[in-house]
Every structure is written in structure tokens, then in C-alpha cells.
Ligand binder design. Structure first.
Ligand code: NAI
Length: 335
């Protein structure tokens, strides 16, 4: 099939080109994001391959359908950026990569926790400057601390296992409790209890209308003083302005973000020579107890290989038999 790949980076080109060879796909790599301004670039292709910040709203999907596109292949797990009812209406199949490496995201989450707790980001800069003073670098033992996991699917479960290895007590919140988490000794509870008792809260749920701004001024008020919040799921699960207020008051002791509500305008690009016009992002970057990574939790060799192979296999399956086991049904709720 002729596939146009939007939001291409060098690593996408490397892994997708390698995976395309045995399947006989023809790939066109484009650097721009898919938006209403760039949608015409899909002309003469039957499939578009997109990532987390490409725009697949009703207007873009209708335009894709008019150009003969039959498949939207997400090279990610989340599909909150796709208007699924419109996709179904215009006859475009949507496929995704439901699982690639839950370890990649879970391990990055643990990395954020360790870095924030032991201030490794600050120690690194100090020591390189010949400053071996320890003041301000005091952390806490993870062993014995309570970790609240919101969303105990594939990533949440691997993350729970890692934190269980540190000797943490595990609380979980998920409509569908997971047997593997039970085996780790996780106690499933209401959100209110998880907020009230957790020293560390880590988000591993999808972005849906139910999880949009799940972390807000009210939920923060119910948390422990000095709580650590980690978000590697989707930016809008957190009300960022409320979190800034929580940091300013000291209620939130540490914040680790791999995702940000307005990340589409910034992440994955080198903007080091430019002024960042987003005051909330800029404010977050001033706190010593905040670490932001630019949606890199998935970014391991193993994950990229699996994403490329699964994405192109999904398209091949649609081409050959008209369906794929990784199709996203049109009745999922969307934010
Ligand atoms: P998954 O589908 O295996 O697990 C998600 C879990 O969240 C499920 O158990 C589900 O029941 C639960 N859930 C759904 N609604 C909920 C709610 N309202 N409250 C609590 N739990 C709820 O998904 P997986 O693979 O574990 O990924 C989780 C999320 O991580 C993805 O949706 C995506 O947004 C994010 N992600 C981030 C990446 C990154 O690089 N930062 C990479 C991959 C995924």
C-alpha cells in the first residue's frame, strides 16, 4: 500500500523503512504534522501513518476520505486525537499499536521518581561545576512509601511491579482490577483513599472524558502534603494550572511530567533558540522540584522496532483481509 507518514523524525524513518521491506509497502516520509493545513499532502496515498500530536478531527478525516485514504495507522497506543465516529462514518479504518513496550514507559516513570526524589538532575549540574555540597539534595527512602497507581493496565502493572521491588505499598484505582497487581499485593480502592494515602501518585490511564483533569484543584487538596505526582499518560489528565498552584503552595512536593496538555506546539522539536510563548510551561520549568521530559517515555529501541512492525502489519492486514486485530472500534468514548 502507498502510505504517507506524517510527523516523521529520523528515527521513524529508520525503523519504519526497515519494517516496510518485507511487507512491500511504499512509504512517503513527511516532517509536518497532519493538520487541516497539511492534509492535502496525503493525496495519492491509501493510508496515513500518524503519531500522538497529529490532528484527526472531523474536517481532516473527511478530507482524507475524499482523497481516497482508507486507513489511519497510529504508531502509538493512545487514540484520543482521532474523531472515531467520523472515521467510521467516512469509511476510514483506524488501527493502533495497543502494546509495544510497557517496560519502556514504566521504567521511565521509575526514572522520573528516582531523579526527583534524590535530586539527581541537580546533583549532576552541581558536581560538574565542582560543587560537592549536599544541602538541598535530601531525599527519602522509597521502601515503605505508598504508591498510588491510577490505571493498572499494561504499563501500570509493570510500574507496580517495579515499585513493589523497592518495597513500596501499592494502592490501585481502575474499573477493571488486574490479577497481576493483586498478586503484587496491590490494594484496589476508591480515588479518594488513593489521593489521601499516597506519597507518590502515578497516572497510567488513557485520556477520556472521565479522566480529563482528573488531577485538579479539588483532588490536589485531598492529597498528602508534599505528594509526588507523575504523569506519563496524557497531558490533559492533569489540570496544569491547578498543579502550578499546588507547587507554589508547597502542597505538591515533586512533579514529573512526560506529557503536557499543550505539548503539541512544542514537543519533539528543537526550540532551544526560541522564546517559549506558553507561560504555564515556562513557569513549570522554573521549579527545582519539577522534571519535564518531552514525551520520551516510549523511546527505547525495543519499543520503536515493535511500533514500526505492528503499524505496518496492521496496514497489511487491512489491505489483505479487510480487518486488523488492532482496529480501534468507533464506539470508544472521546474527550
Ligand atoms: P492499557 O489500556 O493497557 O491500560 C489502561 C488502563 O486504564 C486500563 O486498565 C483501564 O481499565 C484503565 N482506565 C480506563 N479508564 C480509567 C479511569 N477513568 N480511571 C482509572 N483507570 C482507567 O494502556 P497502557 O498500555 O497501560 O497505556 C496507558 C496510557 O499510557 C495510554 O492510554 C497512553 O495515554 C499512555 N502512554 C504514554 C506513553 C508515553 O510515551 N508517555 C507511551 C504509551 C502509552
Amino acid at each position: 500500500m502507498k502510505i504517507v507518514v506524517f510527523s516523521t523524525k529520523s528515527y521513524d524513518r529508520e525503523f519504519l523503512s526497515a519494517a516496510a521491506k518485507p511487507l512491500g509497502h511504499e512509504l512517503t516520509f513527511l516532517e509536518p504534522r497532519l493538520t487541516s493545513e497539511t492534509v492535502q499532502l496525503a493525496n495519492d496515498h491509501q493510508a496515513v501513518c500518524v503519531f500522538v500530536n497529529d490532528q484527526l478531527d472531523a474536517a481532516v478525516l473527511r478530507s482524507l476520505a475524499q482523497q481516497g485514504v482508507r486507513v489511519v495507522a497510529l504508531r502509538c497506543a493512545g487514540f484520543n486525537n482521532v474523531d472515531l465516529p467520523t472515521a467510521r462514518e467516512v469509511g476510514i479504518k483506524v488501527v493502533r499499536v495497543p502494546a509495544y513496550s510497557p517496560h519502556a514507559v514504566a521504567e521511565h516513570t521509575a526514572g522520573l521518581i528516582l531523579t526527583l526524589n534524590r535530586k539527581i538532575h541537580r546533583a549532576y549540574a552541581r558536581v560538574r561545576d565542582g560543587n560537592f555540597y549536599l544541602g538541598g539534595l535530601l531525599g527519602f527512602d522509597l521502601s515503605g512509601r505508598t504508591v498510588g497507581v491510577i490505571g493498572t493496565g499494561q504499563i501500570g502493572t509493570v510500574f507496580a511491579k517495579i515499585m513493589s521491588g523497592f518495597g513500596c505499598r501499592l494502592l490501585g484505582y481502575d474499573e477493571y482490577p488486574n490479577a497481576k497487581c493483586h498478586e503484587l499485593g496491590m490494594e484496589y480502592c476508591e480515588l479518594s483513599k488513593l489521593f489521601a494515602e499516597s506519597d507518590i501518585i502515578s497516572l497510567h490511564c488513557p485520556l477520556t472524558p472521565q479522566t480529563h483533569h482528573l488531577i485538579n484543584a479539588q483532588s490536589i487538596a485531598n492529597m498528602k502534603d508534599g505528594v509526588m505526582i507523575i504523569n506519563t499518560s496524557r497531558g490533559a489528565v492533569i489540570d496544569t494550572q491547578a498543579v502550578v498552584e499546588g507547587l507554589k503552595s508547597g502542597k505538591i512536593g515533586h512533579l514529573g511530567l512526560d506529557v503536557y496538555e499543550e505539548e503539541a506546539d512544542f514537543f519533539f522539536e528543537d526550540l532551544s533558540n526560541e522564546v517559549i510563548p506558553d507561560d504555564t510551561l515556562s513557569r513549570l520549568l522554573t521549579f527545582p522540584n519539577v522534571i519535564i521530559t518531552g514525551h520520551q517515555a516510549f523511546f527505547t529501541r525495543e519499543a520503536l522496532q515493535c511500533i514500526a512492525e505492528t503499524t505496518l502489519q496492521n496496514i497489511a492486514d487491512i489491505e489483505r483481509v479487510g480487518s486488523s486485530k488492532n482496529e480501534v472500534a468507533g464506539d470508544h468514548s472521546q474527550p
